[in-house]
Ligand binder design. Structure first.
Ligand code: SF4
Length: 330
């Protein structure tokens, strides 16, 4: 760990392929910022993906696309470790060890497990129950002190903390580190439907790597204030998702103008969306330029992931030596 940094951050993200605006505002932007204060380890959790992904045909491509987005967004591989979960087999071993001290009753009571059972009743697999155990293994394997989590992942991190306490108590050791939760203000980014959270599966998303034309087309499809039917109707920007996005991507003068003019029907929704699309495209232009450079050389990107795995394995193996010893494995 470098001495100037506050500690080590770990976070895992499923290989969901090309990232969208919701991923960017909800996670990636924070990943990039955390690098200034912490030593960061970012893991593309392909093993976790197996609990819900039945068709693994696109897993490799999705992993590469995601790595491209992370790099283009500003992940700095010289200092940050970015790697693929399954490339560090020690995580599977630690998962197995931790599973022996994981009460089944507790795992099946976690709200996220119940939710998954509702979502995929045809595929309630063993891995799904052990998801929080694998997540705990991920975090403690790298001795992370800090884990950025949104509200939905908070019970899982609490589970990790409990597992660490149980392990250390049971084996009378201090080998595992209890990670601190770093609550991140994760904005709920709505999709272009203005109702649901932005998600690829709902096809209400805007890809970061989309062309400016595609982006504009998606923005022009965005739902606005539902009570504003005619151009001459005054609108309410407070309930309009387009305005929410203006507040992130437009200048303060433009935000004030939309806020004022929408309420007195001085601006139409078409013009308002076109302005947002223009600002969003301008914001994403440097990202897209960097991404297309990286995309020209997939070998370079895979090399970064390999190098990350090598550095991660080094930490992981040291932890496993200590874990095996603490457990008393012969
Ligand atoms: S003018 Fe803009 S803020 Fe107002 S309802 Fe239309 S899109 Fe929304």
């Amino acid at each position: 760990m470098s001495s100037q940094k506050k500690g080590r951050v770990f976070s895992g993200a499923r290989p969901t392929g090309r990232q969208h605006l919701g991923n960017y505002l909800g996670a990636i932007k924070n990943y990039v910022a955390l690098q200034d204060e912490y030593d960061c380890i970012y893991c593309i959790v392909d093993l976790h993906a197996l609990t819900t992904v039945e068709d693994t045909l696109n897993l490799r491509q999705n992993t590469l696309e995601m790595a491209l987005d992370f790099l283009a967004a500003g992940i700095r591989p010289a200092e940050t470790i970015m790697f693929i979960q399954s490339h560090v087999p020690q995580v599977a071993e630690l998962h197995l060890v931790l599973s022996m001290i994981s009460p089944l009753g507790k795992l099946t009571e976690l709200p996220t497990f119940k939710e998954k059972v509702r979502q995929q009743p045809h595929n309630v697999n063993y891995g799904l129950v052990g998801y929080p155990v694998l997540m705990a293994a991920d975090i403690v394997l790298y001795k992370a002190n800090v884990v950025p989590v949104g509200i939905d992942q908070a019970p899982h991190l609490e589970y990790t903390r409990e597992t660490v306490r149980t392990f250390n108590h049971r084996f009378n050791t201090d080998v595992l580190i209890e990670p601190q939760m770093k609550n991140t203000e994760i904005p709920k980014v709505l999709g272009i439907d203005g109702v649901e959270k932005m998600s690829k599966s709902l096809n209400n998303h805007i890809e970061l790597a989309a062309t400016p034309e595609e982006t504009k087309k998606r923005v022009m499809q965005m739902t606005t204030d539902p009570h504003r039917i005619l151009r001459s109707d005054p609108g309410n920007p407070d309930i309009c998702n387009v305005f929410t996005m203006h507040k992130i991507f437009s200048s303060s003068d433009e935000i004030a103008m939309v806020d004022r003019e929408c309420r007195r029907a001085g601006i139409g929704c078409v013009d308002c969306k076109a302005l947002y699309a223009k600002n969003l495209n301008a914001h994403l232009a440097p990202f897209r330029e960097r991404r297309s450079e990286f995309a020209k050389d997939p070998g370079y990107v895979l090399g970064i992931l390999d190098d990350g795995a090598k550095r991660a394995r080094k930490i992981a193996e040291q932890t496993m030596i200590e874990v095996r010893q603490a457990v008393g494995l012969p």
